[in-house]
Write a protein that binds this ligand. Structure first.
Ligand code: GDP
Length: 296
């Protein structure tokens, strides 16, 4: 329900355009496929991804011998659902898991960490936060606010201190308290790629040395309202860090939710969580089928 509500703007955008196209079409022909492709492209699905989806739609319609225009919507829904599902699930949060959360300012990184802490805690896990984005004091304070809300511990140093040192201390606390999940807030200053790469690598080295047998994942937080720009940003991050998954935020406030499809195709990494509101419980596991259902 929350997902359906969250995706209202995206759905209205896509289905509005699609209804127009389907309403006018008399038969299923090449013109119709081209117009549907246009609908997807203008809904932030991305050029390559839209082509791929329409190609799959063509095939399915041929195989299932669909002739009625009315049925096209359901077939497209199937196509989207399958498209999102045929992706390996390599993400599992079991003890001990260390998550490095990366992302530029303003995308919803702090909020997402707070939501994740709350979610894991409610699953019975012991969670610790590491404030390893030490560039701005306000960011550290903001993370502390979320730690209080989620009622989890936080390890923080002063503004400007070495992020790897924060992670080191957090790992000590993690071991001492026998915790399940460590969520590390890390930097995302893309304008200095060399620094960013060094910083993230140094953090990885500390983790490998101190806790090499933990499950370590790097998750990139992207702002769903930025549509195709989110994909471009992710590609920049892929140049400096090995990414395991995406947290896509603010899907509730945007008509650009089609970008989820594009991320999968262009980046080859899964969307694992989506943000659908500002409150602490407004984070969901990404579910391909539910998403396809809510989208169209
Ligand atoms: P950061 O700078 O990346 O850490 O970003 P913040 O976590 O401070 O979030 C920036 C703004 O985005 C805040 O006003 C958040 O409330 C808002 N925000 C974050 N996630 C979501 C979401 O899923 N939906 C909506 N509507 N707003 C969000």
């Amino acid at each position: 329900e929350k997902l359906k509500n969250g995706l209202t703007k995206t759905r209205e955008n896509i289905t509005g355009k699609m209804n127009e196209v389907l309403g006018l079409a008399m038969t299923i022909d090449e013109d119709l496929f081209e117009e549907l492709e246009e609908v997807l492209i203008t809904s932030d699905v991305g050029y390559e991804t839209s082509m791929e989806l329409i190609e799959r739609l063509r095939k399915k319609i041929r195989l299932q011998k669909v002739t009625e225009v009315d049925k096209v919507r359901d077939v497209l829904k199937e196509v989207i659902s399958e498209f999102m599902e045929d992706e390996e699930k390599n993400f599992e949060v079991k003890k001990p898991t260390i998550l490095l959360i990366i992302g530029v300012n303003g995308v919803g990184k702090t909020t997402s960490i707070g939501k994740l802490a709350f979610k894991y805690k409610n699953e019975g896990k012991k969670v610790i936060l590491a404030a390893a984005d030490t560039f701005r004091a306000a960011a550290i304070d903001q993370l502390e606010v979320w730690a209080k809300r989620a009622e989890v511990d936080i390890v923080r140093h002063q503004e400007g201190s070495d992020p790897a040192a924060v992670v080191y201390d957090a790992l000590e606390a993690f071991k001492a308290r026998n915790a399940d999940v460590l969520l590390c807030d890390t930097a995302g200053r893309l304008h200095n790629k060399k620094n960013l790469m060094n910083e993230l690598e140094k953090i990885r080295r500390v983790i490998d040395r101190e806790f090499g047998d933990a499950n370590i994942y790097s998750l990139l937080v992207l702002d769903g309202t930025s549509g195709q720009n989110a994909v471009i940003q992710a590609k920049e991050f892929q140049k400096v860090a090995q990414l395991d998954g995406i947290i896509l935020t603010k899907l509730d406030g945007t008509a650009k939710g089609g970008v989820v499809l594009s991320i999968k195709e262009s980046l080859k990494i899964p969307v694992v969580y989506i943000g659908v509101g500002e409150a602490i419980e407004d984070l969901q596991d990404f579910d391909a089928k539910a998403f396809a259902d809510a989208l169209i």
